[in-house]
Design a binder for this molecule. Sequence first.
Ligand SMILES: [Fe+2]
Length: 257
Amino acid sequence: MNKEIFFEFPSAIMTLAEIIAYKRFEANADHPLYKNGFVSLNQIFDDVCDFSPVDQHIRNPYCKVNVYSEKTLSNLAEAIIENDEIRENLQAAYGMKFSVDFIYSSQIASIPTQDSERPFYANEFHRDMLFSSNVVKLFIALEDIDQTQGPTEWISKEESQKIVGIGVRRAEIKEHINDTFSFSRKKGQACLLNPHTNIHKAGIPEPGKFRSQLMVQLNPYMDWAINKDLYKRQFHREPNLPLLRNFGLRKPQVGRF
Ligand SMILES: [Fe+2]
């Protein structure tokens, strides 16, 4: 039996609760971010942000996490909130404002074949469960990423819905996938992706290759906001259940927009 079916209920409740609590604007179901579940951005982040880590910590033999200073994280979060293109995409697609709730930057390495089925860094096709259908992730390339470096891969919302609809188990998803989109980009380029509606995974770099990328988790909120725990959170696994977990932790960017 597909165990993920048990997570659909809390996800549907969270989706509805966010819509009731935070939806203030007309949403456009034909907006590419909503319709397809992803959109590429024109903004080049390398020009507006410093992504130099102050440290790196080893999560496992194939993944190093870049640790940023409080100042770097808050500058990046502010740059995201102040970015017209990001706000316009999110608001048009979902009719809501969003909060920057988690920033995660990592460098991944190749995984030897005998270990490649083990999930060292989300390297098997999945959807992010225990999130609503309104969660969006911003990906930023921290270097030029080509196909040999294991770019993030995903499929469209429509294809994902078909696979979810027929109850395919996580381990078997790859057998149902033909074409994927990939986050193969130049340094500083970015895209928005809904990780709950769109099946995705981290690619695995070829032997001897690495890939550096930054990910930002964005969840609906009453105002454009920044989570106060960004610094602390970078040392831990990605937080789920944002509606519950972020209670009292967001600082609205009042009066800015
Ligand atoms: Fe994921």
